[in-house]
Design a binder for this molecule. Structure first.
Ligand code: DCM
Ligand code: DCM
Ligand code: DCM
Ligand code: ZN
Ligand code: ZN
Length: 271
């Protein structure tokens, strides 16, 4: 996701974590405000192109070598690269966060990675190999030419919220408040109880693979419903946008709700 997506996921999680969890992460991240998660949600993107942070560049995605739209599916052994992927990174940084032997700065850094990667794994094109997660597919978007990955990371959500590219913290805070209401008492209330089913701190790979397979299924239904070739050069801000927008809302809501539950498990186990 772009900044808006990550910040929104973090604010949704802030709205659902237990009080003890909030205190635990406010202490670790040394930020006592309500922005303790949102303020670090995009940090992993800010370091990925630096010399120091290069080793993390593959940690944001897993390249599912499937064949949308006829077959979608992720396979950890087949698709996670030697030096890591978003699934193994959620496991790795979760275990660092739980390791009380590590220096606090290491655990704080691990927290920032977990907060970011639980967001990214819910973006369908972060769980797809075709054209490097859609980066190599050029499409039209209103008066611009963009790549498909950027459309899913950023453009659809920004259009949905009325074009707010300057103020991701304010927009994300408000979007999160709206989605939090939908999860508690609105359109997501019945389904949201099942969003955390099967989550286990004992098995972070299976937990993250469950999330990954859900995101990846959307590649077949909404990202490439007629196959990757037919989307090249198409205008996506019309009918395509109308179908994709509700899916993106759902994925952002799920990511925030699941991040809260994951942080609760970590805080319970680490304190
Ligand atoms: N930030 C902001 N508005 C908020 C909260 C945070 O603009 N309501 C910004 C300030 C920093 C970034 O978020 O650029 C990260 O914050 P931190 O200082 O916590 O790292
Ligand atoms: N940070 C860090 N290591 C780096 C760069 C930044 O621990 N190499 C921390 C400082 C801030 C947080 O990440 O608390 C957000 O950084 P940024 O200023 O990039 O938003
Ligand atoms: N990306 C992805 N899958 C890939 C390669 C990249 O999901 N196989 C994501 C990571 C960034 C965006 O695409 O969000 C742009 O990546 P880059 O700048 O590395 O091309
Ligand atoms: Zn992306
Ligand atoms: Zn990312």
């Amino acid at each position: 996701w772009g900044s808006l997506g990550h910040i929104t996921v973090a604010y949704i999680a802030t709205n659902f974590v237990k009080d003890d969890t909030a205190a635990f992460f406010q202490g670790l991240l040394q930020n006592e405000t309500e922005h303790y998660l949102a303020g670090v949600a995009t940090w992993a993107d800010s370091i990925r192109y630096t010399r120091w942070g290069r080793f993390t560049k593959n940690f944001h995605f897993i390249d599912a070598k499937d064949t949308p739209p006829t077959y979608c599916g992720v396979d950890f052994e087949r698709d996670c690269k030697e030096d890591g992927c978003v699934v193994s990174s959620i496991q790795n940084y979760t275990s660092q966060l739980l390791d009380t032997q590590l220096w606090p700065w290491r655990r704080s850094q691990a927290a920032k990675f977990v907060i970011h990667f639980v967001g990214d794994i819910h973006q369908p094109l972060h769980v797809e190999n075709v054209a490097q997660g859609g980066n190599g597919i050029h499409v039209k978007w209103e008066r611009s030419e963009l790549n498909l990955h950027h459309v899913w990371d950023t453009s659809i959500a920004e259009k949905m919220l009325g074009g707010i590219r300057r103020k991701p913290y304010d927009a994300g805070f408000n979007w999160a408040a709206n989605l939090t209401g939908e999860i508690k008492t609105g359109k997501y209330a019945p389904a949201s109880k099942l969003w955390t089913a099967g989550m286990s701190l004992e098995d972070p790979i299976s937990t993250a693979m469950g999330w990954a397979n859900e995101s990846n299924a959307i590649v077949c239904t909404h990202v490439f419903p007629e196959g990757p070739e037919t989307i090249v050069g198409q205008e996506l801000a019309g009918d395509y946008y109308e179908k994709a927008a509700p899916v993106i809302e759902l994925q952002v809501a799920k990511a925030g709700y699941r991040l809260a539950a994951w942080l609760d498990l970590i805080a319970d186990s680490a304190s």
